[in-house]
Design a protein around this ligand. Structure first.
Ligand code: GLV
Length: 309
């Protein structure tokens, strides 16, 4: 029977069950070692074991169970010519918007300072200011960036956006490319990193980038750890140019217990849980994409391997 390989050991166990219900004409296999390679027509994966996807000669789609495909594309042994699709999950998008909104509000209302005062039992009155007095700069205007922008605008934040290529028809000011990055940075009090990790965006936030952010700006990284040069971030926090960083993603995950980020007073660490793929909202889309690929139609949300997202 044609087989769809499901390999994502950390995912909700409902995934293979739901896929099997929806695709009764296929076998959903969860053990990569127990399938006949010739039977495998599609793979639904998150971090598949190195080199293994090349072993399936009849693969017609690699469906990634997440928004970011950087880790998969780093594999030097991906099968050539097999389409790769990433997930655009409404639940994942919504959770991400909530996380960005929650931390923008906390930064705007100076919660890190209030927490520090709390720790010292100090009554530090900070006057509450309207969100319109803070500009949130979103780097990366894909599905997640645009949804976060919408959520921020709906409660009154000023939003500015930046992306590599120009986006039109947006309800907020946006900037594009290297040449407009400085102008974008001049406007943003809180920077939100939602860029895909590609060879062009690795180490994007380095000393040069941080040297011209607004004085007292804050940073939220919900993209990938490797977008940020760790030493340069610490230096910007220590010098006071950046007032706080909220980090959900790291070069090494889980973040090692001895890592400096854990102890830095101006860093909030969260365990890569800003958002996640959820079968309740994503199964239908994966099923639809599998059906498309298996009936010769073009799958949705295809990844361009040359640009890396
Ligand atoms: C999570 O990091 C994702 O890319 O979906």
């Amino acid at each position: 029977m044609p087989t769809i390989l499901f390999h994502s050991p950390q995912s909700d166990k409902a995934w293979p069950v739901e896929l099997q219900k929806a695709l009764s004409d296929h076998r959903i296999a969860t053990d990569i070692d127990a399938v006949d390679p010739a039977d495998v027509v599609a793979a639904v994966v998150w971090n598949p074991p190195h080199g293994r996807l090349r072993g399936f000669p009849n693969l017609r789609l690699i469906q990634v169970l997440g928004a970011g495909v950087d880790r998969l594309l780093r594999e030097d042994s991906l099968p050539d010519g097999v389409p790769i699709a990433r997930l655009v999950d409404p639940g994942l998008t919504q959770r991400m918007s909530e996380y960005v909104l929650m931390h923008c509000l906390a930064l705007h209302r100076r919660m890190p300072e209030i927490q520090r005062a709390h720790d010292e039992r100090q009554w530090r009155y900070l006057h509450p200011r309207p969100p319109a007095e803070s500009s949130v700069g979103i780097l990366g205007l894909g599905v997640l960036g645009l949804a976060a922008a919408q959520a921020l605008i709906s409660i009154g934040f000023n939003v500015v956006g930046w992306s590599r290529s120009r986006k039109s028809g947006l309800a907020f000011a946006s900037f594009a490319g290297e040449s407009e990055l400085e102008e974008f940075k001049r406007r943003a009090d809180i920077l939100v990193l939602l860029l895909p990790l590609t060879p062009l965006t690795a180490d994007f936030v380095d000393a040069r980038f941080l040297a011209t952010v607004k004085h007292d700006a804050a940073l939220i990284n919900v993209g990938r750890g490797a977008l940020v040069v760790e030493d340069d971030l610490i230096a910007a926090l220590d010098s006071g140019r950046l007032r706080h960083a909220v980090l959900d993603v790291f070069r090494t995950e889980p973040l090692p217990t001895e890592h400096r980020f854990w102890r830095h007073p101006a860093i909030t660490v969260t365990p890569h849980n800003s958002s996640a793929t959820n079968p309740a909202t994503a199964v239908a889309q994966v099923v639809d994409n599998l059906r498309r690929a298996l009936t010769g139609q073009r799958p949705s949300n295809l990844v361009d391997r040359t640009i890396g997202y």
